[in-house]
Structures are given as structure tokens and as C-alpha cells.
Ligand binder design. Structure first.
Ligand SMILES: *Cc1c(COP(=O)(O)O)cnc(C)c1O
Length: 402
């Protein structure tokens, strides 16, 4: 008889099976291309921060961070302390800014231990930080970044009081101010009025600080949209997220540089059958075919990140041809009308996002239909889908091995 600890070696590996159903393809060549496009847009004196929060917008933070750093990015931006730790634990050495709120002493200790760089938004928070570091008898000061609110009304100290804030933090032990920054609320709006008001406030804060000889060494304000919209917003560093992944924040910002989408979503046909006219399809029979159709069951669903609200509206690409998704999208599977597409077999690959032949489908298409933004579509793909990094988009006939 087998003992308990012998059985695992006899168990079949599940890894290739997971890959068979559906996966996320990450095109590293496209990522490098996008980084170099931004690098060409920016003066040498402006650093490029690759924003890799939320697992690099669903693309896989470690792979994206390493590729971005090899291709011209010099900083990384994350939202949370664990996101920063994940990068350090993978051996990433570049400076990492934690852009989200860090308030507990435990998080502050982790920041010091992992050499992350926090965003400070209030004197109280700065004081707790300095106290915590004092108790740790930290050997080196922690580099901090002061954030002011110029109109986003999210994290940040009031811009008009920037001088008091900087003066207060400067006299605390264990902290070294590296930069002053703010975040724009409407950089993707074709009407620049609000953005310009925010920039004006940022400029006023800078002027007031300069007059008091308190100006931090580095300044930054721009996300992707602002980076594309106006070179006067570049300052010493830009914080680019969406654009790295090959998408534009708004159509009017699409002409400055040529970006290539990095993510493709693919899944396999797991079951294929003819169904007669009048057949109800999927939960609730929301869809009933009015003629006999060839129906493909595809191994991806809303639990993987395909928004259920797109049921009966989604199109997918099968063998280079567009095909209509039909019936309610279910948790793990969805159905496609593949009538008229010749020589289909179970195991064939369906492209949900990406290009196959003459057709391509973008997260922007999904976002428009789902009444949301492409950022949310990208971040929505769950870890049940393996991320497969490739140098060139794979032809859909390729068998994917993990
Ligand atoms: C997420 C984020 C960015 C990146 O925004 P994109 O629009 O994706 O480029 C930049 N700065 C801050 C503070 C952020 O939170």
C-alpha cells in the first residue's frame, strides 16, 4: 500500500491541463516596443516609471517589471506594500514607489525592510513613520515621496499647504524626501481646463517651496494620458501604466506614438455540436437559435474575467473569422455560434482579445460595450488563467505548453 507522502509523486501534473482551457498571452516584444515609444517621447532628463500595480494591470508584475527595466524604465510604481514585496522577493532591484496609503507601523516596517519607498500624505502619517523607524533603529533613512492634492480629491495633502508639509517632514529623523508629486483627475479629457488648473496649483506649490528653499529634488505629475497630452507635464518623471500595456487612455491621444497591445486572451473549444432550430442556449435560455447552428462551447467564463454583462454581445475570432457569442456567459464556459466556419475541431483556439487573421478585438471594444474603462477589463483577468510570456504573438494553431 502507498503511504500518504508517496502519493503526490504519482499524481499527474495538472499544470498542462490548466493551460489547455484558456490563458493570457503576454507579448514581451510589444511591451518593449511601447516602452521605447515612451522613451523616445520623453527628454533624457525625465525618468520613466513603469506602473505595475494590480499585477501589472493583469499582465504579471514580475515579468512586466523585469522587461520594463531592461527596456528603459528606471522606476516601478505599485499600489500596496505586498505588491512591492513580490517584486523585491523576485530579485527586482530598481526603486519602487508605493503609491497607495501606508498607515500601519507593520507596513512601515515592511517598507524599510524591503527598501520600498512610501507616499506620505499627512504630517501625522510622517510622524508615525519616523517613530516606527526610530524604534527599529533603522540603519539608513527611508526615501519618501510627498503627495499633494491639486484637485483629484483622493490621496494627498492640500496643495496650498505644501510648504508647511515639506517643512514638517524635513525636520523628522529617518526620512529623506526624494520627490513631490500629485495626480491628475481629467488628463484623458479633450477639454484641458481642469488639468491646467491642477497644473497651475502644482506650479504654485513648487514656486512657494522654491522661495523657501524647500523644493524636493524631483517632481512628477503625469499618468499615461498626461504624458501623451502635453510635454509641459513631464517634469522629472512620468508614471505610465495603461500605455505600457499598449492601450490609449482616450482616442484623441492616439496619434503621438504607436502602441501595440501586450495582452491577448485565448481559450479552446472544448465541445462542438449541431443544435436544431429553436434550441435555447445557456442559463435562462436568453438566446434561442432560429435556425440549426453549429455551437462551440469555449472554456472561459466570467470567473476568468469575461464580463457577464457582455452575454450575447461579445464577438470572438475563430480561425480568422468573427463569430457571435450566444446565451448567458457562465462562470467557466461560454457558447459561440460557429456555423459556417469549416473544419473546426475540439481543441481549436478562440481569440477573445487580440488578433487572428484580419480581425482584432481590443479591451477598448469590451469596455465600450460593458460601459466601463479598459483599465478595468485588463485588471479583471483572474489568476486562474496562466500568464504565458512570449516574444511574438503565437499563431492560434500553436499548442501551448506551460
Ligand atoms: C495608477 C496610477 C498611475 C498610472 O495611471 P495610467 O492612467 O494607467 O497611466 C499613475 N499615478 C498614480 C498615482 C496612479 O495611481
Amino acid at each position: 500500500m502507498l503511504s500518504w507522502d508517496q502519493t503526490p509523486s504519482l499524481a499527474p501534473s495538472l499544470e498542462p491541463m490548466r493551460c489547455c482551457r484558456a490563458w493570457v498571452e503576454i507579448d514581451l516584444a510589444a511591451l518593449r516596443h511601447n516602452i521605447s515609444q515612451f522613451r523616445h517621447l520623453l527628454p533624457n532628463s525625465t525618468q520613466l516609471m513603469a506602473v505595475v500595480k494590480a499585477d501589472a494591470y493583469g499582465h504579471g508584475a514580475v515579468t512586466v517589471a523585469q522587461t520594463a527595466l531592461q527596456s528603459g524604465a528606471t522606476w516601478l510604481g505599485v499600489a500596496t506594500v505586498p505588491e512591492g514585496i513580490e517584486l523585491r522577493a523576485a530579485g527586482v532591484q530598481a526603486p519602487i514607489l508605493v503609491m497607495g496609503a501606508v498607515n500601519s507601523p507593520e507596513e512601515m516596517q515592511a517598507i524599510a525592510h524591503w527598501r520600498l519607498q512610501p507616499t506620505l500624505v499627512s504630517p501625522k502619517q510622517a510622524l508615525v513613520f519616523a517613530d516606527t523607524l526610530g524604534r527599529l533603529a533603522a540603519a539608513r533613512p527611508v526615501q519618501v515621496h510627498l503627495k499633494i492634492d491639486t484637485g483629484m480629491s483622493r490621496l494627498g495633502f492640500p496643495w496650498a499647504e505644501a510648504v508647511d508639509f515639506v517643512r514638517f517632514v524635513r525636520q523628522l529623523p529617518h526620512l529623506k524626501i526624494d520627490s513631490l508629486y500629485s495626480h491628475l483627475a481629467t488628463a484623458d479629457d479633450p477639454d484641458p481646463t481642469v488639468m491646467q488648473q491642477q497644473q497651475q496649483r502644482f506650479a504654485t506649490a513648487i514656486e512657494n517651496l522654491r522661495r523657501e528653499y524647500l523644493l524636493p529634488a524631483r517632481l512628477h505629475l503625469a499618468n499615461t494620458a498626461a504624458t501623451l497630452a502635453d510635454p509641459t507635464l513631464h517634469y522629472d518623471q512620468v508614471r505610465v501604466g495603461l500605455g505600457l500595456y499598449g492601450l490609449y487612455p482616450a482616442p484623441h491621444l492616439g496619434h503621438r506614438i504607436a502602441l501595440q497591445p501586450v495582452m491577448q486572451i485565448k481559450a479552446r473549444i472544448t465541445h462542438l455540436k449541431e443544435v436544431p432550430a429553436g434550441t435555447g442556449i445557456s442559463y435562462g435560455h436568453q438566446y434561442r437559435c432560429d435556425r440549426p447552428i453549429q455551437l462551440a462551447v469555449v472554456g472561459i467564463g466570467y470567473a476568468d474575467g469575461v464580463p457577464r454583462v457582455l452575454s450575447n454581445r461579445l464577438q470572438v475570432i475563430v480561425k480568422g473569422r468573427l463569430a457571435q457569442q450566444v446565451g448567458a456567459i457562465t462562470m467557466d464556459q461560454l457558447m459561440v455560434d460557429v456555423s459556417g466556419i469549416p473544419r473546426l475541431q475540439e481543441g481549436d483556439v478562440v481569440t477573445l482579445l487580440g488578433r487572428d487573421g484580419p480581425h482584432s478585438i481590443s479591451p477598448d471594444d469590451w469596455a465600450t460595450m460593458a460601459n466601463t474603462i479598459s483599465w478595468e477589463i485588463l485588471c479583471g483577468f483572474k489568476h486562474r488563467l496562466p500568464r504565458i510570456a512570449i516574444e511574438q504573438p503565437l499563431p492560434t494553431s500553436t499548442v501551448v505548453q506551460c
